[in-house]
Design a binder for this molecule. Sequence first.
Ligand SMILES: [Zn+2]
Length: 171
Amino acid sequence: MLKLFIAAVAVALLYWIWTKKNHIFPGKNNESDPFITTIEAIELQTYLDWDTPVSCLESDGIRYGKQFKQKTPPELPHEHGCRCEATKLFYTSEDVFQGTSPISKHKSALGELSTKDALLLKNILLEIKTNSIDDSFTDLIKKFQVNDFSDEVRSRAISMAEHAFQDTQSK
Ligand SMILES: [Zn+2]
């Protein structure tokens, strides 16, 4: 008798889910995806140069807003020499999940860089400024895939990194 009761409940439940599925998964067949929402946020972008302060390099790309871990952006400038900019943006939820940004250009002393070039340059500068155990610039730069730089910025980006390296050595 109990088994029959469980079976009846299961059938009723399945029927209920089947009738409700169009409400639970609304508009799955619609062309526009209803799950994509826009999210307002402020993104910090630092100006990349050989003398960009570490705190600025570290905060580059951080997003602030209601939906983010950090709610309010810091007061700018961070410190002497800071050339960071806070830009108000509208992300799609897709941007947030995939880590993409509506900002596709990055300001630097080399002109406007692509996101990829800017990220690589930032990581090299951060390594130079936060890690002083390397004997030579050649050892340090070997840790990075400098071939990933675009052809038009590669040599200038490496020169900038070398300038930053020499600066840390002279201190
Ligand atoms: Zn800054």
